[in-house]
Write a protein that binds this ligand. Structure first.
Ligand SMILES: *[C@@H]1O[C@H](CO)[C@@H](O)[C@H](O)[C@H]1NC(C)=O
Length: 154
């Protein structure tokens, strides 16, 4: 009889651990990055963003998504913007691969930035940073760009 409450306790503990693990291993693993963490990540392989443009990208991402890969916003025209780079749904397709970048929109919400960064670089190479309102409003003036050398040591 003495073992019963102890067994019950272990049961609840096991259940709690199980739920914790389940919520942590969802299909899409999203992440809110810290500024320097993200800057270093984008600079390194496999992403390899151009060092000379990195402060523009970081400024853009801070104003577009607050460095949160799970961010989805709705536009007045009914389209949506997905993820860290707030990529518009004409570049992706909801539910399956498609759009200009041939990517699934939901995959742009992942902690892994491969699909999102390839698509963002593609947008940048055709439209430049002015494609993004967040960059136009807050980052166009180079005085507003973060000095990553000083702040992050990179
Ligand atoms: C809808 O609005 C977004 C954000 O302003 C824009 O990027 C996109 O091109 C627009 N799409 C259409 C079909 O007008």
């Amino acid at each position: 009889m003495r073992a019963a409450p102890f067994g019950l306790c272990r049961f609840w503990l096991g259940l709690a651990m199980g739920l914790l693990l389940a919520s942590d291993s969802g299909l899409v693993s999203a992440k809110r990055y810290l500024r320097c963490e993200l800057a270093k990540k984008l600079l390194d392989p496999p992403y390899r963003f151009d060092r000379s443009l990195l402060s523009n990208w970081i400024c853009l991402l801070e104003h577009e998504s607050d460095l949160d890969t799970s961010r989805i916003t709705s536009n007045p025209n009914g389209t949506r913007n997905y993820g860290l780079f707030q990529i518009n749904s004409r570049f992706c397709q909801e539910g399956r691969r498609g759009g200009i970048c041939n990517v699934k929109c939901e995959d742009l919400l992942e902690e892994n930035l491969m699909e999102a960064s390839v698509c963002a670089k593609r947008i940048h190479s055709s439209d430049g940073f002015q494609h993004w309102n967040g960059w136009q409003r807050h980052c166009r003036n180079t005085q507003n760009l973060p000095n990553l050398r000083v702040i992050c040591g990179i």
